[in-house]
Design a protein around this ligand. Structure first.
Ligand SMILES: [Zn+2]
Length: 298
């Protein structure tokens, strides 16, 4: 599942390639996940691509005629744009992003009048495309309430503080990964943010000090900014728009660093199962102290 930095990288790369192109047709072989919402190709043909944007982990392609495509890559989605001169791809690496397209995983093909095509490939078929009118209400409804937590890159620390205080019994790592709490944080960046904040992933919110809450917020923002600058993460083997693997993992402090020395204290990073996912953390810097209310939740 891509997290916010990976989707940002895909959106930025595709934006450069497809802005201004004129839509000719759409084809799909997985009708269940292509939602026309009562509209048809007649409403879209001849529309120009105004641009791409990201809402949480969801991609929105706005058209010049008041319609938008809303796209969720989910677990295995890829977007690949191809014309005679350009190939821009991003998303899950299976099948490899340089494979010929269309192929057996191609679910949707957007054709443009310049002869170029945008392919939405999805091996596992969890992703979807929705056609909506370009207004906030319709787009939010398409994205879905569970994906609509505030964006950590635009929210203020005060808002994060207010929201987290409403969930005193939640375990911090699980709460960070809840897309209705904040959008775009998954397994990678919850580990990275908590390492930066020196907070154990199993801590209950009620046990956190104000300074720790602030440090967690800054940890999310800092790890996101670093990952975007480095082209996204290669942990899920996400690949950026130029087909190059993201470099972030080589800069990761905790995620997938099991057994490697913590950068601060040299204690080996450990991995523990929690809530069906793996948490990676430094058992020394990120202590679960005696008497912490979090212990009740283990
Ligand atoms: Zn440490």
């Amino acid at each position: 599942m891509p997290e916010l930095p990976e989707v940002t990288v895909v959106v930025n790369s595709l934006n450069e390639a497809i802005k201004g192109l004129v839509l000719e047709s759409t084809e799909y072989d997985w009708a269940k996940k292509f939602y026309w919402n009562g509209f048809s190709i007649k409403d879209l043909k001849g529309a120009k691509i105004k641009g791409l944007r990201r809402i949480g982990k969801v991609i929105v392609i706005d058209l010049s005629n008041g319609f938008s495509f809303v796209i969720h890559l989910k677990l295995t989605g890829q977007l690949i744009y191809l014309d005679k001169k350009t190939r821009v791809s991003g998303g899950h690496p299976i099948p490899p992003l340089n494979s010929p397209v269309p192929n057996s995983t191609t679910r949707v093909t957007f054709a443009f009048t310049n002869g170029g095509h945008l392919y939405f490939n999805d091996l596992r078929k969890f992703g979807w495309v929705k056609v909506v009118k370009t207004n906030e209400e319709s787009i939010k409804a398409a994205v879905g309430k569970t994906e609509l937590g505030p964006d950590p890159l635009t929210m203020k620390c005060e808002e994060f503080y207010e929201r987290i205080k409403k969930k005193p019994q939640a375990r911090i790592k699980k709460l960070l990964m809840d897309q209705s709490f904040v959008s775009g944080v998954g397994n990678i960046y919850s580990d990275e943010a908590l390492w930066r904040a020196k907070v154990h992933p199993k801590r209950a919110v009620v046990s956190l000090t104000d300074a720790e809450i602030k440090a967690i917020f800054n940890g999310i923002v800092d790890s996101f900014k670093l990952a975007i600058a480095k082209g996204g993460s290669s942990a899920n083997s996400f690949v950026d728009g130029r087909g190059e693997k993201g470099l972030y993992l080589t800069f990761a402090k905790a995620y997938h660093m099991t057994g490697r020395p913590c950068e601060r204290c040299k204690t080996p990073i450990v991995r523990e199962k929690m809530d069906g996912r793996s948490a990676h953390f430094c058992p020394k810097c990120q202590r679960l102290s005696e008497g912490s209310p979090a212990l009740k939740l283990i």
